[in-house]
Design a protein around this ligand. Structure first.
Ligand code: ATP
Ligand code: MG
Length: 414
C-alpha cells in the first residue's frame, strides 16, 4: 500500500478534477459507497474461479461473525446499492465513483494492494450507443490529459448462452493440451476455461494465442450489437483494434468488453477497462436490467502523466520577530485569509531569529516574505521582500495590505 506524498498530490488532483468535470459534462452523477461489503457480494458477482476471488480479497470475520471484504472493485457495490434503494427498476442511471480498492496482489510497478479507481456505471440502457458513449468519454479524458500512448481493444463475449457454447469449444481445445497447462489453468479448465485466456503466464502465451475465438459462437444479436458499436466508434473517429482473446478478469461481463492499454508501463499496461454486464442485476434479485461500466486505474494513469513536481508550497511566508509581533502576525494572517481566500499564506511557527525564519521562507516556495518586527509593529507596517527575484524591499501599511498584496505577488513572480 502506497503513501501519496505532497509532491504527488497536485498530479492526482489534476487528474481527479479533469475526470470529474468530464463525467459530469456527460450527465453522470457521483455516488459514494462503503469500502466494506459482504464477502458473498463479490464471490457471487466477480465469480469463484477468478484471480480476485481465489486469491486477492481482503476478507475477515467481524465481531458479529459476518464475513466482510474490502472492496476489490466498484461495480458489485453499485449494483447492491442500486437495488437496495430501488434505483434500477425502469430507470436510467448514470453514475460515477472514485476511491480506493483493495487486492492482495504481488506488489510491483503498477500493481498495489490499495489502489484507486475512477469508474462509471450506466443502468437501464441496452443498446450500443451507451457503450460508445463510455468509450468516447474516456477517449476525451485521455485527450484532455494529454495522454496519447493508449490504444483501445474491443471484444464481445456474447450472451450467457453463446458463451456456454464457446466454453465447450475452449474446454475441448485446452483438454487436448492439458499437460502443457500450469496448475492454476488445469484447475480453471474444469470450472471456467475462459479464465485460461486471462492467464498472465508467459509460457502459455502461444497456446492461448492459438485457442479458438468467441467469434465463431457469437449469437446474432450480440454480433449486431458489436457491429453497431464499431460503426459508432468509427463515425466518431475513435480508433480501436479487435482482440478476440480479451475476456477480462471478472465473470459478470456479457457482450461488449474493452480495455485501454499502453506499452509505456511494462507488463501492467491496462489503464482502463470495462464492459457490459446485462445479467448482474437480475442475478442479485432485481428485474433484468442492462448495464455497462468501466474503471480506470489512477496509479497507472499517473505514471503515464509522469510529471511529479515539487509540492505547490505557498505564495506568502509571514515572518514575525518578538512576542508582540507574533501576536500581531497571527491576527494579520487571519485577516488576510478572510480577505483573500485563494491566497496561500504560511505563518512562521516555532520562533527563532530572523535569519532562521528567512531560511524557512525560502524553502517554503513562497514568492514573498512579509516581515513583522518591533519597528514594523510600532509603525503599523510590514516589510515585503521578494524571494525569487532581485528587488529592493518595500514597506507597506498593514491597513491596506489585502488590497496591495495581489499586485505585489504578481510582481514578485515576474
Ligand atoms: P490486470 O489485468 O492488470 O490485473 P484487472 O483486469 O484485474 O487488471 P480491473 O479489475 O478491470 O483490472 O480494474 C480496472 C483497472 O484498475 C485496471 O485496468 C488497472 O488500471 C487498475 N488496477 C487493477 N488492479 C490494480 C492494482 N492491483 N494496482 C493498481 N491498479 C490496478
Ligand atoms: Mg488483476
Amino acid at each position: 500500500m502506497k503513501d501519496i506524498l505532497a509532491q504527488e498530490t497536485p498530479v492526482w488532483r489534476h487528474l481527479e478534477a479533469t475526470a470529474r468535470r468530464i463525467l459530469e459534462s456527460y450527465g453522470y452523477d457521483e455516488i459514494r459507497l462503503p469500502l466494506l461489503e459482504a464477502t458473498s457480494l463479490f464471490e457471487r458477482s466477480i465469480g469463484d474461479v477468478t484471480d480476485i476471488v481465489e486469491k486477492e480479497m481482503y476478507s475477515f470475520i467481524d465481531r458479529n461473525g459476518d464475513s466482510l471484504t474490502l472492496r476489490p472493485e466498484g461495480t458489485a457495490g453499485c449494483v447492491r446499492a442500486g437495488l437496495e434503494h430501488g434505483l434500477l427498476h425502469n430507470q436510467v442511471q448514470r453514475w460515477w465513483y472514485a476511491g480506493a480498492m483493495f487486492r492482495h496482489e504481488k506488489p510491483q510497478q503498477g500493481r498495489y494492494r490499495q489502489f484507486h479507481q475512477i469508474g462509471a456505471e450506466a443502468f437501464g440502457l441496452a443498446g450500443p450507443d451507451i457503450d460508445a458513449e463510455m468509450i468516447l468519454l474516456t477517449a476525451r479524458l485521455w485527450r484532455e490529459l494529454g495522454i496519447d500512448a493508449v490504444r483501445l481493444e474491443l471484444n464481445s463475449l456474447g450472451t450467457p448462452a453463446s458463451r456456454a457454447a464457446y466454453r465447450e469449444r475452449l474446454h475441448a481445445y485446452f483438454s487436448a493440451h492439458r499437460a502443457a497447462l500450469d496448475a492454476d489453468c488445469q484447475r480453471r479448465l474444469e470450472r471456467n476455461p475462459l479464465r485460461i485466456l486471462d492467464s498472465k503466464n508467459p509460457a502459455l502465451a502461444e497456446l492461448i494465442a492459438a485457442a479458438p475465438t468467441m467469434e465463431s459462437t457469437l449469437d446474432t444479436d450480440s454480433r449486431a450489437h458489436f457491429q453497431a458499436l464499431q460503426a459508432m466508434l468509427a463515425a466518431a473517429g475513435v480508433e480501436f483494434v479487435l482482440n478476440p482473446r480479451l475476456v477480462r478478469g471478472l465473470d459478470y461481463y456479457t457482450r461488449t468488453v474493452f480495455e485501454w492499454t499502453t506499452t509505456a508501463l511494462g507488463a501492467q499496461g491496462t489503464v482502463c477497462a470495462g464492459g457490459r454486464y446485462d445479467g448482474l442485476v437480475a442475478q442479485f434479485g432485481g428485474r433484468p436490467t442492462p448495464a455497462v461500466g468501466f474503471a480506470m486505474g489512477i496509479e497507472r494513469l499517473i505514471s503515464l502523466l509522469g510529471q511529479v513536481g515539487p509540492g505547490q508550497g505557498c505564495d506568502v511566508y509571514l515572518i514575525a520577530v518578538g512576542d508582540p509581533a507574533v501576536l500581531a502576525a497571527l491576527a494579520l494572517a487571519e485577516r488576510l485569509r478572510t480577505a483573500l481566500p485563494d491566497l496561500r499564506l504560511t505563518t512562521h511557527c516555532g520562533g527563532g531569529g530572523i535569519k532562521a525564519q528567512f531560511k524557512r521562507a525560502d524553502r517554503s516556495g513562497a514568492a514573498i516574505a512579509l516581515v513583522l518586527g518591533d519597528d514594523e509593529l510600532g509603525a503599523g507596517t510590514v516589510t515585503a521582500k521578494f524571494l525569487r527575484r532581485e528587488a529592493a524591499q518595500e514597506t507597506l501599511a498593514q491597513q491596506h495590505l489585502e488590497v496591495q498584496l495581489p499586485s505585489l505577488l504578481a510582481r514578485a513572480r515576474g
